[in-house]
Design a protein around this ligand. Structure first.
Ligand SMILES: Cc1cc2nc3c(=O)[nH]c(=O)nc-3n(C[C@H](O)[C@H](O)[C@H](O)COP(=O)(O)OP(=O)(O)OC[C@H]3O[C@@H](n4cnc5c(N)ncnc54)[C@H](O)[C@@H]3O)c2cc1C
Length: 391
């Protein structure tokens, strides 16, 4: 069983993350983002900080952090630079699928190595023709003795180049009705002991608008053999459930990244508005700018409170898909809104790569797309609302 985290522990860990973000993350953000360069040093520091095991249970060598503390960490990192939070966020979604749905043997085999960062990666769900509609995936796994043979192509897969492990959603029965009953999830260790991709796995990095530096790639599987023991839960047909079962934590996670961008952009705007003068006074003294800052700060706080509400329910083991959906929707939209407004406050300088604000603007939109698009979030919220208020 995991030991509970006291308020004092929480303050200690948040203080440690604050120092790391200010000393090591913020100073390298601009250069790495502009050169689309992977922050290897940060990934090593994440190992030391225990971030690869942040939400993994203590019985499997993780920190066992509750979602409420984890969300604060993510928000802090994203307030300086959103991209590196993806290195441990996507990794922990994979770990969460194993911890929730894996057999005891799978948990013991994978989780301690994932907690140290020896094994690290993400989830491979999306395909060129299937994102929101995951039941339409075409990647297959066919049983052959003690192994399965995987064939297919995944796209937009984060951590697939620098990581060495992926939770891959496949079809094990193409004719199943409904289609999701034909899906399964495999843990694929993608590299050999020398760090080379195993035969049949091809990974190609994609060039992106934002969320740069982090490897998001196309991953092709050609006759890739995986031990049957790597089928999550060792039972075919539950892959879709394994994938969407982790979405509550995933959405809290993305909400925190969006809220972090909102907070960071607001902080930059508050500072710039006091430095920049027009018509003989700092622009923060113009009411038009004050209206923007007032709205931005309110959105940051509202996002924070929605995240706290969803995380508190999640930590109490209560169903929170509606609250997590609201937090994800609002937090990510707050990121886009605040980055946009900050761009206007920076005027022409917002367009200069000398300033950080353009990065927040490029990074923000992704949070509206990942972990279920914001269109889908509102549909999920509405369905819950109607279910709970049936007449
Ligand atoms: C930088 C980046 C990193 C990513 N990392 C990963 C990763 O690590 N692993 C992974 O598996 N995937 C990853 N993704 C993929 C991401 O999860 C998908 O892009 C997302 O799920 C949306 O799918 P799609 O792009 O196919 O859009 P589509 O599903 O084609 O949707 C297009 C539009 O139609 C809307 N829409 C679709 N269906 C409905 C409906 N029923 N009702 C109303 N509106 C609907 C959507 O809201 C959207 O507006 C990443 C994407 C990006 C851009």
């Amino acid at each position: 069983m995991s030991e509970a985290w006291s308020k004092e522990d929480e303050l200690g860990i948040i203080d440690m993350i604050d120092k790391w973000v200010e000393n090591d993350v913020r100073p390298i953000a601009k250069e790495h983002d502009q050169q689309d360069k992977y922050p290897h040093a940060l990934a090593e520091q994440m190992k030391e900080l225990g971030l690869f095991g942040a939400t993994i249970g203590q019985e499997f060598c993780g920190l066992g952090l509750p979602a409420s503390i984890y969300a604060k960490i993510v928000m802090k990192v994203a307030s300086a630079w959103m991209a590196p939070s993806g290195i441990f966020n996507s990794h922990l979604i994979q770990a969460s699928a194993i911890e929730r749905c894996g057999t005891q043997a799978q948990k013991e085999r994978f989780l301690p190595r994932m907690a140290t960062g020896e094994l690290r990666g993400g989830v491979a769900l999306t395909e060129p023709n299937a994102g929101t509609d995951l039941q339409a995936i075409r990647t297959t796994a066919v049983k052959d003795g003690d192994e399965y043979i995987i064939n297919g192509a995944k796209t937009w897969i984060t951590n697939s180049l620098n990581g060495n492990s992926l939770a891959v959603l496949v079809k094990t029965d193409l004719d199943a009705v409904p289609a999701h009953k034909g899906t399964s999830m495999f843990i694929v260790e993608t590299k050999d002991a020398q760090g080379n991709f195993k035969p049949g796995i091809t990974v190609s990095k994609m060039t992106k608008l934002g969320y740069r530096s982090i490897d998001t790639c196309e991953v092709v599987f050609e006759n890739v053999r995986v031990p049957a023991a790597n089928l999550v839960g060792e039972k075919e047909g539950s892959g879709f459930k394994h994938a969407i079962g982790g979405l509550e934590l995933g959405r809290i996670n993305v909400a925190a990244r969006g809220a972090g961008i909102a907070q960071g952009a607001t902080e930059l705007a508050v500072r710039y508005a006091q430095e920049r003068e027009t018509f003989g006074k700092a622009i923060c003294q113009h009411q038009a700018i004050q209206l923007k800052l007032g709205e931005m700060a309110t959105q940051v706080e509202a996002a924070r409170l929605l995240i706290e509400q969803a995380a508190t329910k999640y930590d109490a083991n209560e169903r929170c898909d509606m609250e997590a959906g609201m937090a994800k929707y609002f937090g990510s939209e707050a990121g886009v809104f605040c980055a946009n407004e900050a761009m206007r406050i920076f005027g022409g300088y917002s367009y200069s790569v000398e300033y950080d604000i353009e990065r927040y603007y490029r990074d923000a939109m992704l949070m509206c797309i990942g972990e279920g698009t914001n269109e889908m979030q509102r549909i999920i919220i509405a369905k819950q609302l109607i279910d709970k208020n049936k007449i």
